[in-house]
Design a protein around this ligand. Structure first.
Ligand code: ADP
Ligand code: ZN
Ligand code: MG
Length: 486
């Protein structure tokens, strides 16, 4: 926890906005558009013309229910929409339709973090400021693209349960995987379909009161989220150390300079003059709607981790690594199925998260989906099984994987073709061990004298001679017995 200033405990709560991938906008029939020409997806309703009436998008409600249920929330039998009043050029009505005192859902949990509330609202339009619009209209001007205005948003508010920046990033990633799996949003931080704001405060270690928080906005990647929180914790610690107070501000983090600048001072609920929206009926999900949303959930990442730990007996970190990554976990499950008991779950899991991921990254694509690679899950399972049965040594198996990544194929055939099978002839191995000792008597002496690290060059000799086909454990055992150690 080096990322939390000494003497303090960090308290972090997240507010997440997620654009829903519905066919139409929240309260009108316009298509939500992503990346189209500006102002082509608009109508009198989402432009806020007088006399128009909003109608709630049933698909958006269904998607929001899925998110709320996936987060283990209690669904309100009857929730209502409010008008949140403020003036800004991206808000033609002068208010945003959101939810206030009775949100769609409350009191859930994802992983170790409690969910405070989940509600539905509409997105504002998009402002293009000086740098982008200046080319057209002179510097200092801003343009508005109303395509985004009225896009359905789900807002998720956590309790302040996170304690360090890395934990906040990991949790946000778990949330992303969970929502992505539901298929209700693109959840892309760079494109703004997932926006994570962080509320951050410090308190003296051991205290259980909450300190004054600042809110960080507009961090458009998980890495920047973590770095923004780190920078803010440092800023707050410096203030507190100097006996000053943290102001309840909203800040913008600039990842290039690593600095935080105030956007505005914090506004309070009463500033918005929330009023119940008179043009919309309350949301009252029926039993059928709830049953349908529940049925659409499938196995969620947090439950999958649980199952990997309890049924497959994977170590906890490994279980999370797989379960929280939709692509890796489906690859792993196919490999496990193909192995059909021929290799243990833990060995397969280690090959998937370790060697395979590393190889695919080396081959170029950072976010490579292993299912799109040339390494068939069944081939990886077969390779893991051969390692486990000691038919192939680990070093040789890595060579087989290199071939698999490059051209695919059957691992047993590759082992055969490239002569990579593990040396099972102890006589042959003993002869090579004898030569290793002869070639480096100094190292042999140090091993005899009880220096365990000195065995490295001797093992290295054998591995080179056998092209990695010897079992490391067996080689060590032979060297020790030859030298009369252990
Ligand atoms: P506000 O009234 O300023 O909107 P809320 O109580 O509604 O504050 O909380 C907003 C978010 O800030 C939530 O995610 C909550 O967990 C988090 N939060 C509240 N108090 C603190 C605090 N002292 N430090 C860090 N986060 C906090
Ligand atoms: Zn519209
Ligand atoms: Mg609030």
């Amino acid at each position: 926890m080096a990322s939390v200033p000494a003497g303090y405990e960090a308290v972090i709560g997240l507010e997440i906005h997620c654009q829903l991938r519905t066919r139409t906008k929240m309260f009108c029939g316009c298509e939500p558009s992503f990346g189209d020409e500006p102002n082509v997806h608009t109508c009198p309703i989402c432009l806020g013309h007088p006399g128009t009436l909003p109608v709630t998008n049933a698909q958006a409600v269904q998607f929001a229910l899925q998110i709320a249920l996936a987060l283990g929330c209690e669904i309100a039998p009857r929730s209502i929409f409010h008008r949140k009043n403020y003036f800004y050029p991206d808000l033609p009505k002068g208010y945003q339709i959101s939810q206030y005192d009775i949100p769609l859902a409350r009191e859930g949990r994802l992983g170790d973090v409690r969910i405070h509330r989940v509600h539905l609202e509409e997105d504002a339009a998009k402002l293009l400021h000086a740098s982008e619009s200046g080319r057209i209209h002179g510097s200092g001007s801003s343009l508005v693209d109303f395509n985004r205005g009225g896009t359905p948003l789900v807002e998720i508010v956590t309790e302040p349960d996170l304690r360090d920046p890395g934990e906040a990033r990991e949790w946000a990633q778990l949330l992303r995987t969970t929502i992505k799996q539901l298929g209700v949003s693109d959840v892309n931080m760079e494109e703004g379909s997932l926006r994570v704001d962080a509320n951050v405060s410090l308190r003296p270690e051991g205290s259980d009161e909450l300190g004054t928080k600042a809110e960080l906005k507009n961090m458009n990647s998980f890495r920047f989220l973590e770095r923004g929180i780190e920078a803010e914790l440092e800023r707050q610690a410096a203030l507190l150390d100097a006996g000053e107070q943290v102001a309840q501000d909203t800040l913008h983090f600039d990842p290039r300079s690593g600095t935080l600048t105030p956007l505005r001072s914090k506004e309070y609920a009463h500033d918005y003059r929330y009023l119940p929206e008179p043009d919309l009926v309350p949301l009252a999900p029926t039993e059928e709607m709830l049953a349908e949303a529940l049925a659409a959930l499938g196995e969620l990442p947090a439950d999958r981790r649980e199952r990997y730990e309890s049924e497959l007996e994977l170590p906890s970190k490994l279980a999370a690594q797989l379960a929280f990554d939709a692509e890796l976990s489906s690859y792993f499950e196919r490999a496990l199925e193909a192995a059909d008991g021929g290799a243990s779950a833990t060995v397969i899991a280690n090959w998937v998260t370790g060697e395979l991921v590393a190889r695919l990254r080396e081959a170029g694509d950072e976010a490579a989906d292993p299912l799109q690679s040339k390494v068939d899950p069944a081939s990886l399972a077969a390779l893991a099984g051969m390692v486990e049965r000691k038919q192939v040594a680990v070093t040789a198996a890595r060579q087989v994987l290199t071939t698999l990544v490059a051209e695919g194929g059957d691992p047993a055939a590759i082992v055969e073709r490239e002569g990579l099978g593990q040396i099972s002839d102890t006589g042959e191995l003993a002869e090579i061990v004898a030569r290793a000792i002869e070639s480096d008597p100094a190292a042999a002496d140090r091993v005899r004298e009880g220096n365990p690290k000195a065995i490295g060059p001797l093992v290295g000799f054998v591995m080179r001679e056998t092209k990695g086909r010897a079992d490391g454990g067996e080689v060590t055992r032979l060297i020790h017995s030859k030298l009369g150690v252990g």
